[in-house]
Write a protein that binds this ligand. Structure first.
Ligand code: SF4
Ligand code: SF4
Ligand code: SF4
Length: 251
């Protein structure tokens, strides 16, 4: 039986998530023993128009990117969004907070802002343009989670990512809660799966894995109120990975 064909594509991003895949080294060889990688710009020069699984890194910021993504979606049986940029729009979505993108471009590119290849529009996550079948969250992704998801698909199984918040992993690690140390940690509403990496190292969760599907809004509000803050205080801490994503906690 022919092996499934995998193609990896990148859009607007830093390519750090692809680097996480490259860093898997021997594990990636074992993983890809069950598949043929037919296109992957970061690691090989071959290209192909035929693939079963398309892995998409990066966010969508230009009309031509949307068209390219739709063509990829049309060819792939399964489409995976790779990393925060693809899954939730990521850091690129920060620019959506500004009304005048020309000003944003000037701020970033200075005198070069008018060059045609630098045109840009509001950022979209991959799922805002085409249907996404599976997501690998995080900025960057966790290599083990990526391996689990791809291996599951190659074995004909449906991969599942955690549907509980970072706090669960944080408490399992025995950490003191950072809210007690004046850090506005987003752990109660953010999807687990990173092993509570940031709070376990003394730094608040800033939300790179996106909101958990059904956040315990009442518990999160209790925490906010107990520490004398309100939703607006929380919003200012969500802007890095939560720009223009309105979670139910705001309601
Ligand atoms: S999710 Fe983070 S690490 Fe991955 S491509 Fe985007 S900015 Fe880079
Ligand atoms: S709010 Fe943050 S520090 Fe507190 S338990 Fe949750 S993840 Fe840990
Ligand atoms: S703790 Fe939060 S910010 Fe840190 S890796 Fe996990 S989800 Fe991302």
């Amino acid at each position: 039986m022919a092996k499934p064909k995998i193609a990896i594509f990148d859009f607007a991003c830093c390519e750090g998530c692809q680097l996480q895949i490259v860093n898997l080294e021997e594990e990636i060889l074992s993983l890809l023993g069950g598949a043929d990688v037919v296109e992957w710009r970061e690691a090989m020069s071959e290209k192909s128009d035929e693939y079963d699984i398309a892995i998409i890194e990066g966010s969508i910021t230009r009309m031509e990117d949307e068209e390219r993504l739709k063509v990829i979606r049309g060819k792939a049986k399964v489409l995976i969004a790779l990393g925060a940029c693809a899954v939730i729009g990521g850091i690129n979505k920060l620019k959506n907070n500004f009304d005048d993108l020309e000003e944003v471009k000037k701020c970033v590119y200075g005198k070069a802002a008018g060059k045609p290849h630098l045109h840009t529009g509001p950022t979209k996550a991959v799922g805002e343009v085409v249907q996404v079948d599976f997501s690998v969250p995080g900025c960057p992704i966790d290599g083990k989670e990526f391996t689990y998801i791809v291996r599951s698909l190659l074995m004909g199984k449906t991969p599942e990512i955690p549907e509980y918040p970072v706090c669960v992993e944080c408490k399992a690690n025995g950490n003191p809660c950072l809210w007690q140390y004046d850090q506005v940690c987003l752990g109660p509403i953010i999807r687990a799966g990173c092993g509570a990496r940031c709070p376990s190292n003394g730094f608040r969760c800033f939300g790179c894995r996106g909101y958990v599907d059904k956040p315990n809004v009442d518990a999160a509000k209790d925490v906010i109120n107990r520490f004398g803050l309100n939703i607006d205080d929380l919003k200012t801490k969500m802007v890095l990975f939560g720009s223009r994503q309105e979670p139910t906690i705001y309601e």
